[in-house]
Write a protein of this length. Sequence first.
Length: 124
Amino acid sequence: MAPPTALAIATQSVQRLVKEETYYHKEQANQETRIKKLQDDIAADTPDLDGNAPYVLKQEQTALQETKAVFEPLHERITEAVQKLEEQIAISESEGTASEEQLKKAQEALGAGQKVTEKDEKEI
């Protein structure tokens, strides 16, 4: 089996980073939901609440902050990967070294990566 081309590597890199970014957004939403539920339970003094609920709440809030801290470096890595993919697409198109299928996958990954970076820029 032939080793993967630079275009394939760049494409897979962008795909992986976009998938990772999606995962962290889901994790953030789950953490926010758990924090809200804990805060509501503490405020309502729910009878089935154990004595360490304030500690658990603090731990959840810390975990949420750590998750949020991941986004800036991840955004930078996605931006770099998108730039490398753009370069590899241009090289592959000019040299004619990539198949139509590889170029199509690369263009799809490029679109997904650009969409993520645009969304992240709006949030900042």
